[in-house]
Design a protein around this ligand. Structure first.
Ligand code: 3EB
Length: 330
């Protein structure tokens, strides 16, 4: 137990999904609010404290000041550390995060393998054993050609480390390149004491069935996950991929249009009403700094009122300029 967390109690059934929001706020004050399960600062945020619920994500925000991302539950929250892992839990929901230095583990594949082994081992000790959503942030993601690209090594290590972690099916996921030090691997997840429902996109080949040209080990993720609570969809990193191919090389606007079509298709595939709203926070990962204003304008026009956090990140295929993930609450 760590100072600042409340005492654990008998977990009630998960009636409500964690509420995800962005806000400009003080880190300590937000951690002190009841029900704070996790809090994320982005690269330039204030120095992190030692609360295991706070994670400094190595991605730069295009907003100044950078908002925090907050996950809140309707229950008391307990938290702690276990070696390199930090975790928090409440209301049937579990947050776990790990950061490894690849140099201490023999490179990107070995670090990813170790991260997934440690996450698996820890989650297996918990009642919240259904992993619904995973975020992966690594440095220099597109460095190296063909099978030698660092993202491909990450995919190899992730698959090697997961064992039977996702025997019931892959979680929804994001994998993005950060610019906060080539050797830093950050992985965090949301799990629950109930299983979610996987959602695929009929316009896209499922990632785990990608053909060999995209790497030795196909990426292991579902396109989206309907949470075991009300009507909430956790949406994986979504880009201008049609079938298995990247569409609209070098055309930012066309990639954005295709990405929004993929997002709408996912909503419909999940049986949800069309459109995003003020309660559906999204993140847009933008490869080139110079593209950020255009991405912001485009999303403000097409998705008015939708909270969008704009982050500087590299998409795992070098021809993709932008990727969007996030949440849709019914
Ligand atoms: C794509 O559609 C884009 O490796 O976990 C998106 C989301 C992508 C997650 C991952 C990769 C991952 O294939 C890339």
């Amino acid at each position: 137990m760590v100072q600042g967390c409340e005492n654990p109690q008998v977990d009630p059934l998960p009636r409500r999904a964690p509420r995800v929001s962005y806000r400009i706020a003080d880190i300590a004050a937000t951690l002190a609010e009841p029900g704070t399960l996790a809090l994320f600062g982005f690269a330039e945020a204030a120095a992190p404290g030692d609360d295991p619920r706070y994670l400094q994500v190595a991605l730069e925000s295009f907003d100044a000041p950078a908002p925090l991302e907050l996950w809140q539950v309707d229950a008391p929250v307990s938290c702690g550390r276990d070696g390199a892992l930090r975790w928090s839990a409440g209301g049937g929901w579990l947050f776990v995060a790990i950061e490894l230095d690849e140099r201490e583990h023999g490179g990107p594949a070995a670090a990813a393998q170790r991260a997934y082994e440690l996450l698996h081992r820890f989650v297996a000790t918990r009642g919240e054993r259904h992993v619904l959503r995973v975020w992966n942030y690594l440095g220099a993601i597109n460095q190296g050609d063909g099978d030698a690209e660092r993202y491909k090594h990450f995919c190899d290590g992730r698959a090697a480390g997961m064992g039977d972690f996702f025997a019931e099916g892959f979680p929804a996921a994001t994998a993005i390149g950060h610019h906060g030090g080539e050797h830093r691997l950050q992985v965090y997840l949301l799990a629950s004491d109930r299983a979610g429902t996987r959602v695929e996109n009929p316009r896209q080949v499922s990632a785990w069935r990608y053909p060999r040209q995209y790497g030795r080990t196909p990426p292991s993720f579902a396109r989206a996950m309907a949470l075991p609570a009300q009507d909430v969809l956790a949406i994986s990193g979504t880009a201008a991929v049609v079938g298995h191919a990247s569409a609209h090389q070098d055309d930012l606007d066309a990639q954005l249009v295709e990405t929004l079509t993929n997002l709408e298709t996912l909503l419909s595939s999940a049986g949800m009403a069309a459109g995003f709203d003020t309660h559906s926070p999204l993140k847009a990962y933008v490869r080139h700094v110079a593209d950020a204003p255009r991405v912001r304008d485009f999303l403000q026009q097409r998705l008015p009122g939708v909270p969008v956090l704009l982050l500087h990140g590299d998409i795992c295929r070098s021809e993709l300029l932008v990727e969007i993930d996030g949440w849709r609450y019914a």
